[in-house]
Design a protein around this ligand. Sequence first.
Ligand code: ASP
Ligand code: MG
Length: 416
Amino acid sequence: MALLVQKYGGTSVADADRIRAVAEHISFTKRQGHDVIAVVSAMGKDTDGLIALAREVSSVHPGREMDMLLTAGERKSMSLLCMALADMDVSAKSFTGSQVGIITDNDHGRAKILEVKGDRVRDAISEGTVCVVAGFQGQSLEREITTLGRGGSDTTAVALAAALDADVCEIYTDVTGVFSADPRICPRARKLGRISFDEMLEMAATGGRVLALRSVEFARNHNVDLHVRSSFTWEPGTWVTAEEGSMEEPIISGVTHDLTEAKVTITNVPDRPGVAASIVRALADAGVNIDMIVQSTSVDAKTDMSFTLPKTEVTASQSVLDDLAREFEGGTISQESDIAKVSLVGAGMKSSPGIAATMFETLANEGINIQMISTSTIRISVIVDAAECDVAVQRLHAAFGLDAVDVYSAPLPERK
Ligand code: ASP
Ligand code: MG
């Protein structure tokens, strides 16, 4: 007998049929003798719908009121799921984030969990009741209702699993696991049986959208084993655990891609101490998150600097960049949004030389130009033209021996 946390994402509880299917699975898990804490997301695109409604009503969106609004989405799914369970004679109770004591800071819209009390969950479990907890929400120390940021239900599930010392945290979603590449652009991608937290973090950070980054960080820090699997097929999925791969495992676990970033280049930057700091500080103060910073060798004490940033932050960066360009005499700013970041991720990279060489040769053979490069101990990322993204992913996947014999054939969710 085990204690299982089961998180069901929006597509898993999108309509009445889906909610009943989830209830049946929980009932089945209970019949096998396990205790279940289910964490639910809002139904389908409910959260997007609430945000759209807020925009229609007003141009002013105070964080407190947005959180009050958005937490309504999870309230719908949790209560409906309990009703479906009651219909199957399974005793179940729904709880909001504040009822189970998910205590957060007061940063509305992206609150961080400070503590999970979990008393009510413990009591209900000891009575044999299934606990259905609203994902993505908590209560701040000032007793305000907060949300954890988009995709935050994963974090709720991992935090509850850590606090209650659950045996596993199952993340149910609309794909059958974590893949070696996105099957929508790389049909020979294969499902990974297992992946380490570190690899999963790199994949989540470079475009692998299966798990929210913060939930993986939380799982690694508290050593909570994750099992990512499908609520449509219920087949075994991918385990995300602390273990490093064994010797026979592939050096590269996956190829990810990300089309959400833009590239900015500033020319004629004076090459003296403090200039890079002032550029990056000005952007940070404007709340812009930059990545992949490259500075070229200087000529006549002038240099060029390029970096990437989320496309959604280009507007916020505009006035900061204009000010900087004015400051650097003759400086120009150019922006390019048709770029893709393509990354190779694999823990085996640490001990195998030549990975970058093979990667760059593979791209060169396709005539793909590399615009920027960055690395970590277990990742190599390049920026290429967006139009070349799919080919780059497919060729790298093949070059590193990741291609499955069979073409992925299960139905795939829409590409975002
Ligand atoms: N419903 C929230 C969202 O759509 C939280 C979640 O699904 O994890 O972002
Ligand atoms: Mg969601």
